[in-house]
Design a protein around this ligand. Structure first.
Ligand code: GLU
Length: 311
């Protein structure tokens, strides 16, 4: 059986900046999970956001290659897939599974919610409007030069998904947006459509996306797609317990190189966070196992970085 028949893993960064150590670590784990399981591995650029730039596509792919991640076939760009998303939205619309939403941010803030609904979840305000109310909604938005968003009519409130690291996770499935008022297709839709299109059977990504997984699995079920295996990996935090970010100093490969780190040294740093001592992706792969990941975030201590640069 070839790896394509057995399925594929993937990495799907958004090219809105350079990858930092946390992104590189998640990419490396995604690659190792797929390769270790004898799966294919594909790359996708989630470049629908207006902050995405070609220069970041180039540096991200260069950095991933530099630490020894390889992928099969060409990189998929979501900006090339707009027609495919449009077709899926039309299919959902034909099945009467979508409705127009005229809510502004302010409307959403003030809307009453069910007692345990999480902040930001949609209370269904526009789901059962009369034709006249819809017309008013469209008129209101057109004065703001906007169109309505399209939301999915979800007929469940929560869904339980299974994750190899996190176990069973029950999360909210609200009437989430599939197409925004400005016409852009929403992340939950495009990720599901593309994972299916790319034959992805294993999704490894940061555990900040665990919350989105019940919505994505719900959509997969509606579209008749198979649900992939999920592996949500803890993020990298700074010593203050906050998500690693630019302000933490040298956190990208380029920045670390400028502080004197070689590629092998950055690689060792990442692999040591999993208890692996290796300087190349081949050595890493040999020693890698899912059991090494754990549930705790990796704390990247700027002091450790400093001592290296002062050597
Ligand atoms: N593009 C997303 C990110 O960079 C990842 C989406 C996914 O893996 O489903 O955070």
């Amino acid at each position: 059986m070839t790896s394509v028949e057995r399925g594929r893993g993937r990495y799907a960064p958004s090219p809105s900046g350079d990858l930092h150590l946390g992104n590189l670590r998640t990419g490396l784990i995604a690659w190792a999970c797929a390769r270790k399981a004898g799966l294919g591995f594909v790359m996708r650029m989630e470049d629908l956001d207006e902050r995405c730039r070609l220069e970041h596509v180039e540096t991200q792919l260069r950095d991933l290659s530099e630490i020894g991640i390889d992928w099969d076939g060409h990189v998929l760009f979501q900006s090339d897939r707009v027609d495919a998303y449009g077709e899926v939205v039309s299919r959902l619309r034909e099945r009467d599974l979508l409705y127009e939403c005229y809510c502004t941010r302010a409307d959403m803030k003030d809307a009453p919610r069910a007692p345990h609904a999480p902040p930001g979840s949609y209370p269904g305000t526009c789901r059962h409007l009369s034709e006249t109310e819809r017309r008013h909604g469209r008129d209101k938005l057109s004065t703001m030069r906007r169109g309505p968003a399209l939301r999915l009519k979800a007929d469940v409130a929560t869904l339980t998904v299974t994750d190899r690291l996190c176990g069973e996770f029950t999360g909210y499935v609200d009437d989430f947006v599939v197409q925004r008022g400005d016409g852009a297709y929403a992340y939950n839709l495009v990720a599901v459509v593309d994972d299916h299109h790319q034959g992805v059977s294993q999704i490894v990504r940061g555990d900040d996306l665990l919350d989105s997984t019940p919505r994505q699995v719900y959509l997969q079920q509606l579209l008749g797609y198979e649900t992939p295996e999920y592996i949500h990996v803890p993020l990298v935090l700074n010593s203050a317990g906050k998500r690693l970010a630019k302000r933490d100093g040298a956190v990208t490969l380029d920045e670390l190189h400028r502080e004197g780190w070689s590629t092998g040294e950055v690689f060792s740093l990442i692999s040591q966070s999993l208890g692996i001592h290796s300087g190349t992706s081949a050595e890493f792969l040999e020693q890698f196992s899912l059991d090494l990941i754990g549930r705790e975030p990796w704390i990247f201590d700027p002091l450790a970085r400093k001592s290296r640069s002062e050597e």
